[in-house]
Ligand binder design. Sequence first.
Ligand code: C2E
Ligand code: CA
Ligand code: CA
Ligand code: CA
Length: 278
Amino acid sequence: AAQNIESAFLFYSEEMNQRAKEHLRIESELRQALSNNELMLYYQPKVSLRSGRIVGAEALLRWRHPVRGLVSPGVFIPVAEETGLILDLGSWVLEEACRQVREWKDANLIMPPIAVNLSARQFDNQLPKRIAAVLERHGVQPDQINLEITESLLVRGTDNVIAIMNELVAMGMALALDDFGTGYSSLAYLKKFPISTLKIDRSFVIGLPYEENDCAIARAIVTMAQQLRQEIVAEGVETAEQMSFLRELGCDQLQGYLFSQPIPAADFAGMLREGKRL
Ligand code: C2E
Ligand code: CA
Ligand code: CA
Ligand code: CA
């Protein structure tokens, strides 16, 4: 038995070793990706459940690896979070989103707000100043860019975080709470934060309208958000049944493959020009 445990341990540490190597490889390749222009933003439309029109979009990172092809953010974002590289990635995303919005404005395209994802690690005292500088450099209005943050940031819950959020809101930016329902924030808790939009996590949307628990959770979130006068976006909507259920609940917006996958900037601009509707 002792030998089994020993070999199991060896196997385990070998596996950890592999993982560590993999992380190191991704980290160094990601650094190169930043300087070699291998990163891009895709845009996924958000549509109003009332009008059927595109009322926003989320910018999502894509890595076009010269050998491995398109690498999913699910693979490289966690590594970037761990290594701190997420700070450089985050700056790049903000810069690129503003550059793109400016280009669209110059082409006389009427743009709904574009949301970018912020890592909790980007959230420090200097964040509002840094964002203001990027916006100004590109001549982009603060209400053209929304910020998506996750519950882990709220759970950190210091006055400092609230002060930074208030500063961003005072600048004219809107904050959305991402992946809502997967963390620990309660109704009472949420009230403390200047958040204007809740995004219901895809894990609760998948089971609609057949899974009773998911229906109850979605209903509770929508009711709560309405009480707090927050907009509600359902993410990961793939079927017409999910859409109908969410619409009846009073959910405001939908984002998901049912309407569109995340797509390259040019395709999103085309979709806006055509006036594609739900
Ligand atoms: P997220 O912020 O929750 O983004 C939504 C994810 O759900 C995206 O995955 C999107 O492609 C996917 N999705 C949207 N609709 C559907 C659907 O109908 N069905 C299914 N199966 N999936 C759908 P993606 O692009 O792979 O991004 C994964 C995560 O990586 C994001 O989750 C976000 O947490 C992170 N991420 C992506 N870009 C950035 C970024 O620029 N900064 C940071 N900090 N994180 C990012
Ligand atoms: Ca998001
Ligand atoms: Ca999300
Ligand atoms: Ca999610």
